[in-house]
Write a protein that binds this ligand. Structure first.
Ligand SMILES: NC(=O)c1ccc[n+]([C@@H]2O[C@H](COP(=O)([O-])OP(=O)(O)OC[C@H]3O[C@@H](n4cnc5c(N)ncnc54)[C@H](O)[C@@H]3O)[C@@H](O)[C@H]2O)c1
Length: 270
């Protein structure tokens, strides 16, 4: 169903790896709502070629870029503005990766080279995207920039490992850059804190199935799906949320404000 919420808007969507990716769903819905955009992902993530199907479906060009490379980001943003014929209105940063998580390295035994790599990919890349867009003056007034995060930035989820630290940093960048971008150019910057979701990045976390079930039972409205997350992103890119900035927005069925639910209590009854 389209309400034309993003009609005439132009953007860049980072992070669509396959059909499960949250960014994939955002691209489908942004297209439905009338937006035009460029898709991007790390060159290595394009080997499987799945993103080409999304490009065809949404009529979008694809530009490879490693989000840790300022040079790649400069090229991406400049080319995107040429392709789309003007400045941008929205950017989605849907990127996350921890080498320590991937290689099963415990939080108390981090390999710091891997920690720095994960921090660069998952958090600093957001600053690099914002700073490059800011310097190129690439985003229209009232434009909207979003990154995706997880509640492990506020509370401990042991197996989320160093991604928790990466997400804290990411959320802090949204606040700090949001201040400067808002003051100078009226551009808003926010993070959406999403429920656990079955994707390639999500399922890399140890015990993810148990974790997703626990979260489901701890959320009055149930876990938010990738599709629902995409809907929220669309609203945040639209003109209906013009004064929302520097926020970490929980999109989690109420999980973040729930101490315990009846369902979980019953599991402990004698
Ligand atoms: N799945 C969940 O449970 C969940 C929950 C909350 C937040 N998130 C966040 O949502 C975002 C999207 O993840 P997803 O769950 O859709 O998984 P996904 O695996 O589909 O997406 C992660 C993306 O990051 C990209 N990426 C990795 N390194 C990159 C680099 N150097 N340059 C550019 N792109 C790079 C990958 O290619 C991939 O497309 C991430 O920030 C993730 O942490 C996910």
């Amino acid at each position: 169903m389209s309400n034309g919420l993003l009609k005439g808007k132009k953007g860049i969507i980072f992070g669509a790896l396959n059909e499960q990716s949250i960014a994939w769903k955002v691209a489908e819905k942004a297209h439905e709502q009338g937006a035009e955009f460029v898709l991007t992902n790390a060159p290595i993530a394009m080997r499987m070629g799945e993103i080409n199907q999304l490009g065809e479906k949404t009529g979008s060009k694809i530009i490879p870029a490693d989000a840790t490379s300022v040079e790649d980001i400069e090229k991406l943003i400049t080319e995107a503005m040429e392709i789309l014929g003007g400045k941008l209105d929205f950017i989605l940063h849907s990127i996350g990766m921890s080498v320590n998580v991937r290689k099963g390295r415990h939080y108390t035994d981090e390999n710091y080279d891997w920690t720095m790599k994960g921090l660069d990919v998952s958090a600093l890349s957001f600053h690099k995207v914002l700073q490059t867009a800011y310097k190129l003056d690439a985003i229209n007034e009232w434009g909207s920039v979003l990154a995706l995060t997880y509640i492990a930035a506020q509370r401990v989820f042991p197996d989320y490992n160093d991604m928790a630290d990466n997400k804290s940093y990411l959320e802090s960048i949204a606040r700090s850059f949001g201040y400067h971008y808002g003051t100078k150019k009226h551009v808003r910057v926010n993070t959406i804190s999403q429920s656990p979701t079955m994707t390639t990045a999500g399922s890399g976390v140890k015990g993810f199935n148990e974790f997703i079930n626990f979260s489901e039972q701890m959320s009055p409205l149930g876990n938010a799906t990738a599709d629902e997350c995409a809907d929220y992103c669309i609203v945040m890119f639209s003109d209906l949320t013009k004064k929302v900035t520097m926020q970490n927005l929980f999109h989690d069925g109420g999980y973040s404000n729930t101490g315990v639910t009846q369902q979980v209590i019953e599991k402990f009854s004698d």
